[in-house]
Ligand binder design. Structure first.
Ligand SMILES: Cc1ncc(COP(=O)(O)O)c(C=O)c1O
Length: 304
């Protein structure tokens, strides 16, 4: 059972989580016409009165863009101001995962995005590690990542997660922790809910935004941190074979943070991961607002 925070943001105000209920006829439930965000926030280790949101501006922007892709409007300001009010109502004391969601809220049938009401809610839960920080085993999924020509992949569109769900369950049922998906050109795209990086000869390599990935905010942050440490970053197509011979392979995502991959299919990978370790310790100190060079990535919300 999850530890949901006591209040949800629902229909423009904070209500007890149990009262934030939707009808079975809600349009988005049937057609996957929603889009969500996923953010993490932690109590400020330096001042327990504050809560620290990681890259709130980027998350608000991506969600606002996702709404646009669903042909509705949700401004970054609305997202951020609702988030602040919601955090102050909940007064969390532990690290949390925040799930804002924009969706077609009308009741009734017919898949469409015109002449339809939309709404926005937020809820949250306490969340520790989503994947084991010691590393995970991965299989190459038999499901391919969708292509941008059939689905707007720049948004976190809820309907797209059928593929992630199929891939994740296929991986778990066949004895692995996580799934790696190739795209329709058979290049490596990403995992079920994380982006992927490899290290080869000191270069940090990740599939580019043209490889049908979700434009992950942790991915972007890792690229920026790597450049700050003078690590050479290359965004390019990655072949399946490269996964097996890379010096390091790891996943990035809000839920997964930075998680190393220990084994892919039957191939054991290196357990010495100096570049990943460097990036991971930087990311941790940035999220705790202990690195002044990146303090602009942190939004402080005074909650008490
Ligand atoms: C399909 C998919 N790819 C990648 C990511 C990683 O994105 P982010 O770092 O913004 O959490 C996520 C998680 O949001 C995701 O759902």
């Amino acid at each position: 059972m999850h530890d949901f925070l006591p209040y949800a943001w629902f229909k423009g105000k904070c209500v007890p989580f149990e009262e934030a209920k939707l009808s079975i006829a809600t349009h988005a439930l049937h057609y996957g016409t929603g889009a969500f965000g996923g953010m993490r926030a932690i109590p400020d280790p330096q001042n327990p009165k504050n809560y620290l949101l990681f890259r709130a501006d980027k998350h608000a922007k991506r969600l606002s863009q996702s709404a646009k892709l669903l042909l509705t409007e949700l401004s970054e300001e609305t997202i951020l101001s609702s988030l602040r009010k919601w955090l102050r109502a909940n007064k969390p004391t532990k690290p949390i995962y925040i799930r804002p969601f924009v969706y077609t809220s009308d009741l009734g049938i017919a898949p469409r995005l015109h002449n339809i009401e939309t709404d926005f809610f937020i809820y949250g839960l306490e969340l520790g590690d989503y994947l084991s920080p010691d590393g995970v085993t991965c299989r190459i999924s038999s499901w391919k990542r969708q292509q941008d020509s059939s689905l707007p992949l720049r948004g976190k569109i809820s309907g797209a997660y059928i593929t992630s769900s199929l891939a994740k369950t296929e991986a778990v049922k066949s004895g692995f922790d996580e799934a790696l998906l190739l795209n329709s050109n058979d290049k490596v795209s990403e995992a079920s809910g994380m982006n992927l990086f490899i290290v080869r000869d000191g270069n940090l390599i990740t599939p580019g935004v043209d490889q049908d990935i979700l434009e992950g905010i942790t991915r972007l942050s890792v690229i920026e941190i790597a450049k700050h440490h003078n690590i050479n970053v290359i965004e390019r197509p990655v072949d399946k074979t490269e996964l097996f011979i890379s010096d390091e392979v790891f996943l990035t995502g809000t839920a997964a943070k930075i998680t190393p991959i220990k084994r892919i299919e039957t191939t054991l990978l290196n357990s010495h991961r100096p570049i990943m370790e460097k990036l991971k310790s930087s990311l941790i100190s940035i999220t705790e607002n202990k690195d002044q060079s990146f303090s602009h990535w942190i939004t402080k919300v005074e909650i008490f």
